[in-house]
Ligand binder design. Structure first.
Ligand SMILES: C[S@@+](CC[C@H](N)C(=O)[O-])C[C@H]1O[C@@H](n2cnc3c(N)ncnc32)[C@H](O)[C@@H]1O
Length: 334
């Protein structure tokens, strides 16, 4: 849409810093100064719609709106919600064919009801948690003796509303195999509705990942997926959040971040594990609570194969390994 000059004021450095610091404080998202145009472009149409002429006026409009309506509108403007079903196949293959069988084996050794808890942090419109639910259905055909919970949250109420509806169409479905479409979706016109069995494992709720009181509530998780979310956060927020993720995982749990992301310089608490399809962060069975700082005392940051392997590389190499894994096959986990 063409924006009229009256509704398109120049954004001064002061205006930019005012919004940048506010957004960072509230939700952890950090815009470098070379992203001024992006912040400006996202605000200018909203300001025109509201008839607000200056960034400062809009800032106060957001800040002093006690209903939080405008803050939520701002969040919707500045967050990137891109997602899709079965996003990044290698990571999901590592979960479905390697990590999940390990978890299932462990749970099968326990008596009584088997519990599996997974957290999709920054779930956007729901494709990630629904994909995880489908994978679990595929791997555990009879869920009678299982108590499976996928906790899914996001800061944006708008995306959560869509996630709860569970209706999808178009490009987000591009990686869904036809047999999966048949088994787990009901098609009406162009719309694919997620079946109730898939929905029933997923619990959507609002959460600001930049609120340590909220992110420290979850515990005893088997796996956490926080893919393509922390990439927008400052290092300071990433460190705090990663500590809480570490503490929320049970010893032996797994942590997935986006395939182009790394914990290098953020946390030394996890071990990076080679699986055939992807590298995954792992909280060792002996893991102790992570405290402030980039890591905790017990574990060096090493890339390792899962139990039984002797391979390991030095601490600073995780990013290099991320890259290496894309060009050179890594040995297969037994
Ligand atoms: C690019 S999407 C990633 C979705 C999904 N994890 C994936 O990889 O496909 C990033 C999501 O993180 C959410 N987000 C950003 N900041 C957040 C915060 N402070 N707390 C919770 N969610 C946040 C955004 O609203 C957005 O839906």
């Amino acid at each position: 849409m063409q924006v009229t000059p009256a509704a398109d004021p120049q954004m001064s450095r002061e205006d930019f810093l005012m919004f940048r610091d506010f957004i960072h404080e509230k939700c952890g998202i950090f815009f470098a100064e070379n992203k001024t145009y992006l912040v400006r472009n996202r605000l200018v149409k909203r300001m025109a719609d509201l008839g607000i002429k200056t960034y400062r006026d809009y800032f106060y409009h957001v800040k002093y709106d006690t209903s939080l309506k405008e803050f939520n509108a701002l969040l919707n403007l500045i967050t990137t919600n891109e997602t899709s079903f079965f996003r990044n196949e290698p990571q999901l293959l590592s979960f479905s064919d390697e990590v999940l069988p390990l978890l299932i084996d462990e749970k099968n050794k326990q008596c009584g009801q088997k519990r599996l808890r997974i957290w999709s942090a920054g779930c956007s419109t729901g494709e990630e948690p629904y994909t995880l639910s489908i994978i679990i259905h595929e791997k555990i055909r009879d869920l009678t003796n299982w108590n499976v919970e996928i906790i899914a949250n996001d800061i944006s109420e708008q995306v959560l509303q869509k996630a709860r509806r569970g209706e999808f169409s178009g490009i987000t479905m591009r990686n869904v195999r036809p047999d999966i479409l048949t088994r787990y979706f009901t098609k009406t016109g162009d719309l694919y509705r997620v079946n109730p069995s898939v929905k029933s494992l997923v619990n959507f709720s609002h959460m600001n990942l930049n609120d340590p009181r909220r992110t420290s509530v979850n515990s005893n998780l088997d796996a956490i997926f926080c893919r393509n979310v922390m990439i927008y956060f400052s290092d300071e927020v990433k460190r705090q959040l990663t500590r809480n993720f570490y503490n929320a995982l049970r010893p032996g749990g797994y942590f997935y971040i986006g395939h182009s992301e790394t914990l290098h310089g953020i946390s030394k608490a996890f071990k990076l594990v080679y699986f055939k399809n992807a590298l995954v962060y792992h909280k060792e069975a002996t893991g102790v609570a992570a405290t402030a700082g980039t890591g905790h005392t017990a574990t060096a940051q090493t890339a390792a194969k899962p139990a039984g392997s002797s391979a390991g590389v030095s601490s600073g190499a995780s990013r290099a390994l991320d890259l290496l894994s894309k060009i050179k096959p890594v040995s297969q986990h037994k």
